[in-house]
Ligand binder design. Sequence first.
Ligand SMILES: Nc1ncnc2c1ncn2[C@@H]1O[C@H](COP(=O)(O)OP(=O)(O)OP(=O)(O)O)[C@@H](O)[C@H]1O
Length: 306
Amino acid sequence: MADQLKNSLPKKPLLEIAGLTRRFGGLTAVNGLSLTVETGELVSIIGPNGAGKTTLFNLISGLDAPDAGAVTFEGGDVTGLSAERLAALGLARSFQHGRVFGNLSVLDNVLVGAHTRLRAVKPQIPLVGPLVELALALIRPPSVRAEEERLRAEATEIVRMFGERLTPRLDKPAHSLSYANRRRVEIARALALHPRLLLLDEPTAGMNPTETAEMLEIIRGLKAGGLTILLIEHKLDLVMQLSDRVVVMDHGARIAEGPPAAVAGDPAVIEAYLGHKAVGAANQDGPNQDGGRDAEGDAARILVAH
Ligand SMILES: Nc1ncnc2c1ncn2[C@@H]1O[C@H](COP(=O)(O)OP(=O)(O)OP(=O)(O)O)[C@@H](O)[C@H]1O
């Protein structure tokens, strides 16, 4: 009976953003944005350079606080919570330029994610708690050793998802890895948190077509496993293949939303990309000078071709 009642109630979205706003001086980077993500969905956020996508991620993941609006995660208000608290609640993210602990090995980077998760679920005893933890770390009783072994096995398993790219490098320091591999490590670390929601900020930036295709398969696998994903991605062919829904931002606001094919054919979306492309071409210091890539030009071509 209780189950029947539960099933008949309207399902709450996993993530709900309402009227989110962030200003930097006179610039409104995110402007009254509202958005929902349902459990199991893969929603992509696209938009030209400077549209406000990363700022939006920073607001959702607790790296920055909004000037107005609210973020609700699993039905609870999480607006303004710290990134660490949010990670403990199951909200993990990767960064646009990849952030790893350079001096730690691949495995230890991933273990950081697992430990963050464990710290969150363990009861914290005020004052004596840290002393008990220190004592356990020094004495390493069998129960602690067994838990460490279990975590290492789990972290190794996560790294194996990235195949020959990462598995032979388990013990290598992260600073010795290629850029693409550092990005993979970062995603592996986020997965070790056992996230309920994974935020991926341009996971294929700086990757060649082969690496991009590999990452597409990894994200596809995560989605097939039921993980809810919010993705920022400039490579629109990847967005078109992966997304259940696409949200298009420009100047901090949502200008379109819908299934990939519908969004691709939306004249406002094409205009936003082509407009930025024209500005970028006319201005040598413009946003298209980002690492020499021409993502907006590529995006505009894909949209027009659709
Ligand atoms: N800390 C900050 N201080 C001042 N302005 C900022 C700050 N962070 C972002 N901005 C500005 O806010 C706007 C949105 O930036 P944001 O990085 O969110 O865009 P984006 O859509 O992620 O762009 P890209 O695709 O190039 O990564 C830009 O004009 C940017 O210059």
